[in-house]
Ligand binder design. Structure first.
Ligand code: FAD
Length: 339
């Protein structure tokens, strides 16, 4: 009888797994139990969503919806899809909450420093180049309007250039989670480039175990040494940002891909890696980048204003010691071991 109460306790349930390349990184989707049409249909449905979002949000595709807005060198409104509008609205919301530390108009600086679709710079940008790029940014210069029929976006300066790289993976994970919810799937894990949307339990009936890497410099992404494991049960999004994968060194100095929109330089903060758990993955993704741009002191302040997120950070303290710290609410995700 007991065994019947929770069949997962004894037998491990069937799991469907699909994976592949996307957005310059990779995705993996695990579904416990059945999916109509099995793995082939699951892979088809997932990749349809990924391709749609790629064509909406990519700055690496010159003909994507976002790229076409960035190329629109005018302040007249442009009609956009609801998806793009939703991501822009969330980006503006998180940007305002973080005092502009997360700034989706930071694209000219991202590209100037070589962390966008353009090549790496041969030399460090000059102060004048940085000032010129900074002049083309500003969250207050981007406006999204949701009408009864359509959504539009407009910019106050023709050269404003939006970069949604910090939110796109999380948004795609949310949209795939919506697909699985719509199919009545109760237990799944969606991972895109390290951003995760999980629901329910894994095939053994336990929480989904998500590793948090040690932030050792690892441009090839081969390091799988873990600092911690988060155990996700229920439905939550988890995103990690760090400057140990996407960086370069010049003149003995390291330049990471998180830009400080205030200075125009790559952020030089004490946080090496920030993992955020939130009700959805888009939000988690945005706040993870924010933590990297803010540093630990301002990130702790931010957490007080944003009760819906929990954090786990790896940072160096004032005397250079390697430290980890998590918000009180993150404890439940560490204590779920084996649940
Ligand atoms: P995160 O911390 O989540 O994001 C960091 C990125 O956000 C930086 O790379 C920069 O672009 C931007 N950023 C930096 N500072 C700030 C700031 N202060 N505020 C806001 N944003 C900031 N990469 C490829 O190499 N090839 C591709 O074809 C490709 N296609 C993509 C398509 C889409 C739809 C998206 C969303 C991204 C794509 N990327 C591509 C980018 C790649 O996926 C990114 O490296 C990744 O999205 C960054 O995520 P992250 O988790 O590594 O870092």
């Amino acid at each position: 009888l007991l065994a019947g109460c929770n069949e997962a306790t004894t037998a491990t349930r069937a799991e469907l797994k699909v994976s592949g390349p996307t957005m310059g990184t990779h995705y993996a989707v695990k579904v416990v139990g059945d999916y109509p049409g099995g793995e082939p249909q699951l892979q088809h449905d997932v990749e349809q969503i990924l391709q749609r979002i790629d064509h909406q949000l990519s700055t690496y595709k010159p003909d994507s919806e976002l790229s076409r807005f960035n190329q629109h060198k005018a302040t007249t409104p442009v009609t956009i899809s609801q998806d793009l509008a939703d991501v822009l609205i969330e980006g503006l919301r998180v940007g305002k909450m973080t005092g502009g530390a997360m700034d989706i108009t930071v694209g000219p600086l991202v590209n100037l420093w070589g962390f966008g679709p353009d090549k790496r710079p041969t030399k460090i940008p000059s102060d004048a180049e940085i000032a010129a790029a900074r002049a083309k940014t500003g969250l207050d210069k981007l406006h999204v309007e949701i009408g009864s029929e359509t959504a539009t976006v407009r910019k106050d300066i023709p050269d404003l250039y939006v970069d949604l790289s910090t939110l796109g993976e999380g948004f795609a994970a949310d949209k795939i989670a919506d697909l699985l919810d719509g199919r009545g799937i109760k237990n799944y894990m969606v991972e895109i480039g390290g951003e995760v949307m999980a629901k329910g339990v894994n095939p053994k009936g336990e929480c989904w175990r998500i590793g948090i890497n040690k932030p050792t410099d690892d441009p090839a992404g081969l390091n799988q040494e873990l600092e911690e494991i988060a155990h996700l049960c229920g439905k939550v999004g988890l995103a990690t940002s760090g400057n140990y994968r996407n960086f370069y060194e010049k003149g003995g100095k390291k330049y990471g891909h998180t830009i400080n929109p205030i200075t125009g330089y790559p952020a030089e903060q004490d946080i090496l890696s920030a993992t955020i758990i939130a009700p959805d993955c888009t939000t988690a993704d945005g706040y993870a980048t924010s933590f990297m741009a803010l540093g630990s002191e301002k990130a702790r302040e931010l957490k007080k204003r944003v009760p819906e997120i929990e954090y786990f950070i790896i940072y160096t303290d004032s005397v250079g010691n390697y430290k980890t710290e998590h918000s009180e609410g993150f404890t439940q995700y560490l204590a779920n071991k084996g649940r």
